[in-house]
Design a protein around this ligand. Structure first.
Ligand code: HEC
Length: 273
């Protein structure tokens, strides 16, 4: 037990006496006289100012006060939210092209040909018919088509060549400038055109397999498709990287099961199947 210091006891005694004096002044002297000091003391003591009661916090306030606040690292994580939003949107954006390769690239290149040959290859006053197997009859071998597109009609005329493509084409071989006298403009860079060799291959693949109706599954075209136009085509990749060229393709890929023929960048006669 703690000893209460003497001076505090004295002070409280003095207070009690002064308080009982005040209380007695209001009461009748008889009552005051009859009450014994022993009985009065506890009653007066109860009136002494109590220390202010400390009301304990309710449980939920205690919980709120003691709960850990947002951890410091969470703020930096939260500030990155806009970035996550961007990443999320990127992840949601579907790929434009499912199959990347010569055909899909060729679709874009063909926009430069469609003005004369028609969007679907139906041809018109300014450009030959390509669709419905027509161009496949002219060029049973894709190599001959690449050479003709590279050079265009006028280079063939200048080289003194009377025909292009299959000389035994059903209905007669095609003659340069034989289509209403309109020229097929040169496309290859060395011939003065604007297309790289891999772009010429790409557009040829698009024309043959998307417009003219060659079926990659058909055994007539399966080997050509694999070698030249499939997304895995080694030749296409090598043309793109510059590892091969129309002038060297035949020897660069001589090891293939379906050996490519010469393409070349000089105009030359085509061949039958
Ligand atoms: C200015 C119009 C014009 C443009 C542009 C054009 N061509 Fe031609 N193309 C022709 C004409 C005309 C012929 C017929 C050539 C001839 O008779 O000498 C032809 C012929 C062809 C042939 C031979 C078809 C056959 O069966 O005889 C192919 C293949 C061809 N073009 C592909 C293309 C490609 C690929 C492009 C785009 C990179 C293209 N052309 C852009 C006018 C055009």
């Amino acid at each position: 037990m703690t000893e209460i210091p003497e001076h505090l006891l004295n002070r409280s005694k003095a207070r009690r006496e002064s308080a009982s004096g005040d209380g007695a002044s209001g009461a009748s002297p008889a009552v005051a006289a009859s009450s014994t000091p022993a009985a009065a003391t506890p009653a007066k003591a109860a009136e002494a100012p109590k220390p202010k009661a400390v009301v304990p916090d309710p449980a939920y306030v205690v919980a709120a006060k003691t709960r850990r606040k947002i951890p410091f690292w969470a703020m930096s994580a939260l500030s990155l939210l806009p970035l996550w939003a961007g990443v999320y949107l990127l992840a949601l954006t579907p790929e434009d092209k499912v199959v990347e390769g010569p055909r899909s690239m060729g679709t874009a290149v063909y926009s430069g040909c469609a003005g004369c040959h028609g969007a679907d290859g139906a041809g018109g006053a300014a450009g030959q018919v390509l669709y419905q197997g027509s161009v496949l009859k002219t060029f049973p071998h894709i190599e001959d088509m690449l050479n003709f597109v590279y050079n265009g009609s006028q280079k063939f005329v200048a080289a003194g060549l009377a025909t292009y493509g299959d000389p035994n084409r059903e209905g007669g071989a095609h003659r340069p400038l034989g289509y209403n006298g309109n020229p097929m403009p040169m496309q290859g860079e060395k011939a003065g055109g604007g297309l790289s060799e891999y772009q010429i291959l790409a557009v040829a693949c698009h024309i043959r397999y998307d417009l003219a109706g060659a079926d990659p599954e058909d055994e007539q075209w399966a080997a050509e498709y694999e070698t030249w136009c499939s997304p895995e085509s080694e030749i296409f990749k090598a043309l793109q990287s510059g590892a091969t060229s129309f002038d060297t393709i035949a020897k660069d890929f001589a090891m293939l099961e379906t050996k490519p023929r010469e393409v070349g960048t000089e105009p030359r006669l085509g061949s039958s199947r």
